[in-house]
Design a protein around this ligand. Sequence first.
Ligand SMILES: *Cc1c(COP(=O)(O)O)cnc(C)c1O
Length: 382
Amino acid sequence: MDNDVRRSFETLAIHAGQEPDAATGAVVPPIYQVSTYKQDGIGGLRGGYEYSRSANPTRTALETCLAEIEGGTRGLAFASGLAAEDALLRAVCRPGSHIVIPDDAYGGTYRLIAKVAEPWGVSFDPVPLGDIAAVRAAMRPETVLIWAETPTNPLLGIADIAALASVAHQAGALLAVDNTFASPYLQRPLALGADVVVHSTTKYIGGHSDVVGGALVTADNVLGDQLAFHQNAMGAVAGPFDAWLTLRGVKTLAVRMDRHCANAERVVALLAAHPRVREVLYPGLPGHPGHDVAVKQMTKFGGMVSFRMASAAEAVAVCENTKLFTLGESLGGVESLIEHPHRMTHASASGSPLEVPDDLVRLSVGIEDAGDLLRDLERALG
Ligand SMILES: *Cc1c(COP(=O)(O)O)cnc(C)c1O
């Protein structure tokens, strides 16, 4: 990872796109809760703003900041992560197109591709992305996109971004990386060769479980223009208040991620030593199949931890017995969450090739006191 860029991450998160307001000097970009803008004569736009679906200053601040912290040139903010994914799919796919997706993709991504895109004539193959030979074998002349997620939700699988980029580019396809789990603080896919980064900003970037949003970031100006065209033509944009809340979250991303990672490491140590836990899934563990790749492309291993119990009943019991870890979907907020992916976040993948094991528990380790978190888990594990 480029050292100069790494050093300035924290500064960019606080300042990129966030110059003090020209009119008042407000140090935080105001919430421009407005739909339209006065024109100084027809077409005489002030700063390019004409209608807030096309552009809004609060959203511009967020989009600029996201582009810079991902090392891209164009950031686009959407109403949700899935709205961002939809815009990307519709911009790059046509009837007859083929996509390679992870065999453990996020359930909502799978549902979007299998239930919405496929009926419009887009085919796909789920492939274990850790196996580069399998990915290469899945490429077809019609393949326009490799969709990667790393680490994956909820199995914490790791894909080699640089290797996937070269497979995609040799085949004339693009590589999209869903960077939601790592966040740009831990991993920067564009620098590793990816063409576009996808985020559910609902998660670590927003960071406070108070806003739903999504983003696309690219360093390719042609693709950036296509995505911006689709953002405006389809219209699923982030509203001004949502953009403002998300930008407020971004400012502390680095300090939050440091604490998420430190707490996750303590949780992993406890789980790995616990007799009732059958297996801990965390890319920071040397025995994890993607550990070496994770070391190469991530600065730390993140705040998400999954583990398997002896049975579905035991997994459910742990989920229902924590007090501090709140039983709930979503992830990446300051508060710790626990869930049962098979029946909750990934229920939409049940019966599909992407079905997740029913003895799996997923933790989003928050930034509370680590000792309190460990005591809660220990008690729930009984
Ligand atoms: C939550 C999530 C999404 C979808 O984002 P929304 O903001 O819920 O629409 C996409 N990818 C991953 C990895 C996620 O965790």
